[in-house]
Design a protein around this ligand. Structure first.
Ligand SMILES: C[S@@+](CC[C@H](N)C(=O)[O-])C[C@H]1O[C@@H](n2cnc3c(N)ncnc32)[C@H](O)[C@@H]1O
Ligand code: SF4
Ligand code: SF4
Length: 318
């Protein structure tokens, strides 16, 4: 078992203007009882030690990173330290004053901006994202593509679409828009996962994906279409590249065959809590336990062993 992660997965803020009913980070927001990580803590206690341990990648997630007060400084510090950056964003609200400098700062194919884009249809965006305007997000994504071209930035543009009943019918049109019309470098498709508080002690009860037979049929059909297209288009990347496991996830998750890859990331939420995976319980705190110590701690090692046999999701198995 390889226990040292290769990258950091940081939820840089819990702030977000959307209210996606699916959001797995909703349970990570415990404002009032916990203090968000400060920029200085992030750099000195996480990013610098991470590089000393040989970690090379930094995924910046949230909440919505564009709303994080210290986003630009964090990106600058990570670039100085030599990280390859993966910035996840919903582009909501539209933030040209942050995105334009980011396109310039992250001007290399080593770095990637991953835009959440779930549907071309505004009514479906409303269902998936809870609020916001589909038209505005589409205008924002067009702006991003145009601005990257204007600046000649080499940053990669990827999209992430979370497949669920609300957007399954329009999925192929959405992917064609992203890849053929906008020219995104990559379009990832992810299944919706509803797990929270996964731990070696308490795997169950978890909200097993409550899908009706009709929904399972709809999602299975969309999954088959995506995998079929991906055979001829390398830009299309279903997360967990195994159709059979996607179908197992829809019908009987514990039968998934692929091994979970959550160990390749060190997960830290906006309050400095370590988590074994994005669906996992808190295993420690960056403020109390330095990263190197955490990666040798009993809670981490127990979770690490557990994750190698956990077959509940396809979220981390690519
Ligand atoms: C938590 S969000 C944070 C970044 C940003 N706010 C966004 O939405 O892109 C990171 C990614 O997780 C995806 N996501 C959120 N909830 C999910 C769920 N239940 N299952 C699968 N993916 C999910 C989002 O669509 C997004 O692509
Ligand atoms: S925009 Fe991202 S962080 Fe915000 S609720 Fe939606 S998935 Fe969660
Ligand atoms: S398979 Fe991995 S990422 Fe998914 S719930 Fe289990 S430990 Fe977490």
């Amino acid at each position: 078992m390889h226990l040292t992660p290769t990258s950091i997965y940081l939820e840089i803020t819990d702030l977000c203007a959307s209210r996606c009913p699916m959001c797995y980070t909703a349970g990570h927001r415990i404002r009032g009882t916990q203090v968000p990580l400060e920029l200085q803590e992030t750099v000195q206690m996480l990013l610098a030690p991470g590089r000393e341990l040989g970690l090379q990648g930094l995924t910046i997630s949230g909440g919505e990173p564009l709303l994080a007060p210290g986003l630009m400084e964090t990106v600058r510090a990570a670039l100085d330290l030599g990280y390859s950056i993966n910035l996840l964003t919903s582009l909501f609200p539209h933030s040209p004053k942050k995105l334009e400098p980011l396109l310039s700062l992250m001007d290399s194919p080593r770095h990637q901006i991953v835009v959440s884009y779930d549907s071309l249809k505004p009514v479906e965006v409303k269902r998936v994202r809870g609020r916001g305007s589909g038209e505005l997000v589409t205008a924002s994504i067009r702006w991003l593509v145009k601005k990257r071209a204007e600046l000649g930035s080499q940053v990669r543009l990827s999209s992430n679409t979370v497949l669920q009943p609300a957007n399954a019918g329009s999925l192929l049109n959405t992917l064609s828009f992203l890849l053929d019309e906008l020219g995104f470098d990559q379009a990832m498709v992810q299944q919706r996962h509803d797990y929270t508080k996964i731990s070696p002690d308490v795997i169950l009860p978890q909200p097993a994906p409550l899908r009706s037979p009709a929904e399972i049929q709809l999602l299975s059909q969309a999954a088959r279409q995506v995998f079929s297209l991906a055979e001829t288009d390398p830009r299309l990347a279903p997360v967990c590249d195994n159709l059979e496991d996607w179908l197992r996830f829809l019908n009987n998750p514990p039968t998934i065959q692929k091994t979970c890859q959550a160990l390749s990331h060190a997960f830290i939420d906006a309050f400095g809590n370590y988590r074994g995976c994005i669906h996992g319980v808190v295993l420690g705190s960056l403020r109390r336990t330095p990263l190197a110590e955490y990666l040798n701690s009993e809670p981490y090692l127990v979770f690490a062993r557990f994750s190698q046999g956990c077959h509940l999701c396809t979220h981390s198995c690519s």
